[in-house]
Ligand binder design. Structure first.
Ligand code: NAI
Ligand code: MG
Length: 356
């Protein structure tokens, strides 16, 4: 089994090193190859997604990705910025399904900004469509406004669109994920205002016929945002489009206390995937040895479960993470009085120690 390791920028290399350490401790024979991406790719070859890096990712069974981006590249033209690497990987590998579990570990209940009774026991899964919607729709740009009261002025415009097949495949992923959980799916849309999302809703209702054991409901995105902070435990699985999912999944991330705890999987139709923490490259703490590596380590566990067919190894990693939290070990982002503050490397080593 071949894993492409793309550490990237900022804290990326620090946290990915810990996940690799954990993978190496499992006693499996993975073939791992590392390549530069993002700002590191730009430095190495003049492009954030070097051809050799893309080829490595395409040939591998799974990709473990750190994070990309640094303020020092802000003055580059858009196509050369580090963030283009992750967009390019998603599009080239056809990674249309982004799975973000938001789980609150009981030991971290005090780290959330919400009341413990609102978030304790939280275990929800947000599924975001990742390669369509207004983020990719054409045409887009700045033009002279052709009509209305602002006719003749410049206007910016983008295009929201979803093809039926695009909605169907993400709906299947969502219904199947719900079948493995609490069998409840909430499809989030804005069908009251947007044609695209009335169509989304109609197609999801049609796909539901194939999954009669799953309870489906529909919620407008503004209400979903409200419910996520009011009563997040009412959800089980949420499925939504690219833009709504971007916003809702970041909001859900904060229910659990720290973005340093949240893994993600981005899958294609054959469960090949790219696995990365939900956070970015955190340039403000890069090089200090304090970044929380658990989101990346938990992403490696998702990789074992979804792409490498090793669910028992995924369980081992997740159990080890629970164990180190129960031992009271905390990186600064999740530190509370009475716990033990550790750095990135110590946290990685503790997870390796805790593997049964
Ligand atoms: P960020 O997620 O990198 O950081 C936000 C805050 O969370 C910072 O205070 C940071 O120190 C903290 N943080 C993040 N991860 C942490 C960890 N593992 N442990 C402890 N604290 C952690 O988001 P920000 O600051 O908006 O973006 C920084 C750079 O990352 C930008 O260049 C941005 O474009 C890029 N980015 C890349 C992503 C990716 O590679 N998929 C996703 C999001 C942002
Ligand atoms: Mg986001």
């Amino acid at each position: 089994m071949k894993i492409a390791i793309l550490p990237g920028d900022g804290i990326g290399p620090e946290i990915v090193a810990q996940a690799v350490k954990v993978l190496n401790a499992l006693g499996e024979s993975f073939e791992m190859e590392t390549a530069p991406v993002g700002g590191a790719g730009y430095e190495a070859s003049g492009h954030p997604l070097p051809e050799a890096t893309l080829k490595l990712a395409q040939d591998a069974d799974a990709v473990l990705f750190g994070a990309v981006g640094d303020w020092k590249y802000d003055s580059l033209e858009r196509s050369l910025r580090p963030e283009q690497a992750i967009l390019g990987l998603r599009k080239n590998l056809n990674l249309f399904a982004n799975l973000r579990p938001a789980i609150l570990y009981p030991e971290l209940a005090g780290a959330s900004t919400l009341k413990p009774e609102v978030v304790s026991g939280l275990d929800i899964l947000i599924i975001r469509e990742l390669t369509g919607d207004i983020y990719f729709g054409q045409p887009r740009g700045v033009r002279i406004c052709p009509d209305g009261p602002f006719k003749g002025q410049r206007e910016g415009f983008d295009t929201m669109r979803y093809a039926e097949g695009e909605i169907r495949r993400i709906a299947h992923v969502a219904f199947q994920a719900a079948q493995k959980r609490d069998k409840r799916l909430t499809s989030v849309d804005k069908a009251n205002v947007l044609e695209t999302f009335q169509f989304w809703k109609d197609v999801v209702i049609d796909v539901h016929k194939e999954y009669p054991d799953v309870a489906l409901d529909h919620m407008y995105v503004d209400n979903a945002a409200m419910q996520l902070v009011r009563a997040p435990k009412k959800f089980d699985v949420i499925v939504t489009g690219n833009m709504f999912g971007d916003i809702l999944s970041d909001a859900a991330a904060m229910l659990t206390g720290s973005i340093g705890m949240l893994p993600s999987a981005s899958l294609d139709a054959n469960n090949k995937g790219l696995y990365e923490p939900s956070h970015g490259s955190a340039p403000d703490i890069a090089g200090k040895g304090v970044a929380n590596p658990l989101a990346t380590i938990l992403s490696a566990a998702m990789m074992l479960r979804f792409s490498l067919g090793k669910p028992e190894q995924a369980d081992r990693i997740e159990d080890a993470v629970k164990k180190v939290l129960a031992q009271g070990l905390r990186t600064p982002d999740i530190y509370e009085a009475g716990t033990t503050k550790v750095g990135t490397v110590e946290m990685g080593a503790a997870v390796v120690q805790a593997l049964s």
